[in-house]
Write a protein that binds this ligand. Structure first.
Ligand SMILES: [Zn+2]
Length: 330
């Protein structure tokens, strides 16, 4: 069995910098036509100069593959002039509440203080991508943040607001209620729950932010995806860390799923009898929501066993060492 995907897109991707970038970028570039590149580097990407330099660095790391990095700026209160200059080069602006995840210490503390910039984004039709978690109890953070999404969606009705990596039934309910709002969901939140992370021996490779939730949450996400929800897109949130940052005291949050994303999605959609929905989930819905062009790439998924490597350089991938039923080639 074989499946041809047109322009698979990863709408939430961490490529890092330097050596790590050179290790992971070709793995995404092989399987995907484009990816939304997150700006939370050591020094956040918060100016056009930094963004263009980073885009160059990404471009050099892609190997021979056809792949478009869709760049994002780290949220701060930008002037209209800055946004106008950046607009042709960016897909959107990524907002992190302060201190919530990797390199988010300089994120937003007060949402009202960001209103001036939200107004400009709405006016200039620049999407706002949000890591939607409060500072509360870890299992409640996303649910608590939904009131912020509600407020922003109400006060800026024309703003394209994207709830990044949703993990809960509450988030799906809010997405259902507002046709202006879009969301991304990761591969791992469709597969694991908190039990897989901490129910037995602690699994550092499955520790991520937002943390995996309950079986009910996972089931609700899966139903939304498999039924072809019109505003729910694939974003891997693939976030590599070297092994010594995972298997240590103070394990870093992030799952490196980019190399296994398409094969595992095909496996999952096949099991559910909805392989016909995969093209929409990994490409068409995102193209429609963001108004993206055709990228002209075809990726072939064949039903052939593939053993996932134990390591890519220093990084252990999701499903390391396991045999998957599908293989992706170009
Ligand atoms: Zn992320």
């Amino acid at each position: 069995m074989e499946l041809l995907l047109t322009d698979p897109l990863d709408m939430h991707l961490h490529l890092r910098e330097g050596e790590m970038l050179r290790t992971v970028a070709p793995l995404s570039a092989k399987d995907f036509a484009a990816g939304v590149i997150m700006p939370n580097l050591q020094q956040p990407v918060d100016s056009l100069v930094r963004l263009l330099a980073y885009r160059d660095e990404v471009g050099k790391a892609l190997s021979q593959y056809l792949f478009t990095p869709l760049m994002t700026l780290f949220f701060k209160n930008y002037s209209e002039k800055e946004l106008l200059e950046a607009r042709p080069h960016i897909l959107g602006i990524k907002l992190y509440p302060a201190g919530i995840t990797t390199q988010s210490e300089s994120g937003v503390r007060d949402i009202r203080g960001a209103y001036k910039t939200f107004e400009l984004l709405e006016e200039l039709r620049i999407p706002l991508l949000v890591h939607g978690e409060s500072n509360g109890f870890v299992m409640d953070r996303e649910r608590e943040f939904i009131s912020v999404y509600q407020q922003v969606a109400r006060d800026f009705p024309q703003l394209h607001l994207i709830m990044e990596h949703i993990t809960t039934a509450d988030a799906v309910r809010f997405l259902d209620s507002s046709d202006k709002v879009s969301a991304t969901v990761t591969l791992h939140h469709l597969l694991i729950t908190l039990d897989d992370v901490a129910g037995n021996m602690l699994e550092p490779d499955l520790f991520c932010k937002p943390i995996a939730k309950t079986p009910h949450d996972r089931e609700t996400l899966r139903q939304a995806v498999f039924s072809g929800h019109p505003r729910l897109m694939f974003g891997s949130d693939s976030a590599p860390h070297p092994r010594h940052k995972k298997e240590c005291c103070g394990c870093a949050a992030g799952i490196f799923s980019a190399p296994v994303a398409l094969p595992l999605l095909a496996q999952m959609f096949e099991e559910q009898g909805c392989l016909d929905k995969l093209q929409g989930f990994v490409s068409d819905i995102a193209k429609q929501r963001y108004g993206l062009p055709e990228f002209g790439k075809t990726v072939r998924l064949s039903k052939e066993n593939w053993k996932v490597p134990e390591l890519y350089d220093t990084v252990r991938p999701f499903y390391a060492g396991q045999t998957l039923q599908w293989t992706a080639t170009i």
